[in-house]
Write a new protein. Structure first.
Length: 616
């Protein structure tokens, strides 16, 4: 399940960053047919891969490696292949475009995003379908194939609940005519506050929804259930219910805990675990889950997700600037539609994906492994000895397909956990040292995230660093490609943004020299000559000439705005009023800006034409 969390995040990132482009040449039916054959290829790959693994297990027995280890490794490889196939759907088969044109879902990001995720979920279901025979062999279970696939779907779908809820709320806010709220949400700080608050609410209330989705029910009265409830009461542990976890028909040997606050805190135990472990071993398992709550690990997980959100917002700007400095990628973006622009945005997603994998796999994974160790130590301390938690771990490892030496990015292997627990019997201060180590590590993490988050999102040094880096990169590329118009255009933007107006003016001039009909350069140079703060850079008359040339090529709202400003600074107020009205008519968005400018021009015009009232 933990691996699938990362897979779904990757898929959502690829989809949201992906560019829908213009209408493809092929029809929707042809795109669907292509997608179907791509899935058939994937299904065939899964079938062959699992058949080979099953034959390998039957012939050799794989004495050196557990069948469960081999099964999990193959599932990971096929899941990564599924992500690659999903990427193919996005880029080659225009998945996002076709979803957006479906009536009723195109305007709601949560709905068309959900449809996209269902495509990936269908690929995962294909893996589970063909992997079932190997799963039965590896884990020594008789779970039917249909139940296996459905249980996997039921187990993994709650991963999407937070994203779905956040997306729906975000969509609803944009349907409400509150410009100030929408403006706030368009800024990075607003998005951080919005997602942070909603994530906190979700962590509080989502456990109740998830336990309902999984079909959990309170354990009926029995000797074991009663003994475990008394144990929890004796320890003063507050929770809502101890629930029967029916996932995989209750045959999986596992337990878990959900909920930040006692009112919505649930302890989950599968029936197989309840049946196969003794009361003392079950107490050790419950004490382990109590340890997660006592050490507030669920709260830390929330902070990890918030930390990634803060870092990703800032890093996105860095990756965008680095790509923008390269003419190849900017040429792709200049297409504004089709596969070229889509490819640019998907390339932009890959550094984000790499950052996400490093963060969750190595940073959060480091803490998750040590949190599990903390929970083991809490269990040993609660029962006065590590013997019972060790017995339960060993029994679970043996009965779950001999997975004793199977590590993961989020858990130490059971053999490592057992060795550490035995060490605590010989080194009395080991548990305290481990807890201090985790506290120190988290303090370093928190300081690092806060520092990096400030630099990446709010520090003025960030913009100066990005712009200076981009400036030097573009200058080097212009020396190699002196005729590349896109490089001059990008460099002019950088100069203009950082306030180097003299350099920006010179760059616009070079661009116009290379391309006299470049309306963008004509317009921006006209704006600079009309509005520059340095008097020696202003040339109002030439600004008017250049602005007229730009509007003659393209009569857009932005260019009309520049022409209106040029009229105004030349004292031609009546023409400025008329032109800015034309800009308002042409504008598709941002009309408030043009209307404010009209008020300024109109006020000047009225003051000029106003005559004194006659006296009687």
């Amino acid at each position: 399940m933990f691996n699938n969390i990362i897979y779904f995040i990757i898929v959502l990132l690829l989809y949201n960053v992906g560019y829908p482009g213009s209408k493809p040449e092929e029809s929707m039916f042809f795109a669907f047919l292509q997608s179907f054959f791509l899935w058939l290829l994937f299904a065939l790959s899964c079938k062959i891969a699992f058949q080979r693994l099953k034959l390998r297990l039957l012939k050799t027995g794989e004495k050196d490696r557990s069948p469960a280890v081999l099964y999990q490794a193959l599932v990971v490889r096929l899941s990564m292949l599924a992500i690659l196939f999903f990427f193919t759907h996005l880029w080659l088969f225009n998945l996002k475009y076709w979803l957006l044109v479906i009536p009723g879902i195109g305007k709601v990001s949560a709905v068309h995003g959900l449809f996209a995720v269902m495509v990936f979920l269908f690929y995962l279901a294909t893996i589970w379908f063909f992997g079932h025979p190997v799963y039965v062999t590896a884990f020594s279970t008789q779970l039917p194939r249909a139940s296996f696939v459905i249980s996997n779907i039921r187990l993994n779908v709650p991963i999407l609940f937070p994203w779905l809820f956040l997306s729906l709320v975000y969509d609803l806010l944009y349907f409400i005519p509150w410009p100030s709220v929408q403006e706030f949400l368009n800024e990075a700080p607003g998005q951080m506050v919005f997602f942070g608050l909603l994530l906190a609410l979700l962590m509080l209330f989502m456990p109740r929804v998830i336990q309902f989705w999984w079909g959990c029910e309170p354990y009926p009265a029995s000797e074991k259930a009663q003994a475990l409830r008394r144990f929890l009461d004796e320890k003063g542990f507050r929770y809502r219910h101890m629930l029967k976890w029916p996932i995989f028909e209750g045959r999986m040997l596992t337990a878990g805990i959900m909920g930040l606050v006692p009112r919505y805190r649930y302890i989950l135990v599968t029936e197989s675990l309840m049946d196969l472990l003794s009361i003392d071993e079950l107490k050790a398992v419950l004490a382990h889950e109590m340890g997660h709550a006592k050490h507030r690990h669920l709260l830390f997980y929330l902070l990890f997700f918030l930390g990634f959100m803060v870092l990703s917002f800032g890093l996105f700007d860095f990756f965008l600037y680095f790509l923008a400095a390269h003419p190849f990628f900017m040429d792709l973006l200049k297409e504004e539609a089709g596969r070229e622009a889509s490819f640019f945005y998907l390339v932009l997603a890959f550094p984000m994906l790499l950052t996400m994998l490093v963060y969750f796999r190595y940073v959060m994974g480091f803490f998750m492994r040590h949190f599990e160790r903390q929970a083991d130590l809490y269990s040993a301390r609660s029962l006065g000895s590590p013997a019972q938690i060790i017995n339960s771990l060993e029994k679970i490892a043996f009965l779950s397909g001999k997975i004793r030496d199977l590590p993961s990015w989020h858990h130490f292997s059971i053999s490592e956990r057992v060795r550490f627990l035995w060490r605590t019997t010989k080194e009395p201060g080991l548990a305290k040292r481990h807890n201090r180590f985790v506290t120190s590590a988290f303090t370093i993490y928190l300081v690092s995230v806060v520092t990096l988050g400030y630099f990446l999102n709010f520090s003025p040094l960030k913009e100066m660093f990005l712009l200076n880096w981009t400036e030097r990169s573009l200058q080097r590329q212009i020396e190699v490609h002196p005729e590349n118009l896109q490089l001059y255009q990008n460099l002019a933007i950088v100069y203009h943004t950082v306030g180097k107006c003299k350099e920006a003016l010179r760059t616009y001039e070079n661009l116009i020299r290379l391309d006299p009909g470049n309306s963008w350069a004509l317009n921006n140079l006209a704006w600079l000559l009309a509005t520059a703060e340095e008097e020696n850079l202003r040339d109002e008359k030439r600004a008017l000439v250049l602005a007229k040339q730009a509007v003659a090529i393209e009569s857009s709202a932005m260019y009309l705005d520049t022409l209106a400003e040029a009229y105004f600074v030349n004292g031609m107020v009546s023409e400025a009023v008329t032109t800015i009205k034309s800009a308002i008519d042409a504008a598709k968005e941002g009309k408030e800006y043009y209307e404010r400018k009209l008020s300024r021009f109109q006020e000047k015009y009225d003051s000029r034409t106003k005559r004194p009232s006659p006296k009687f």
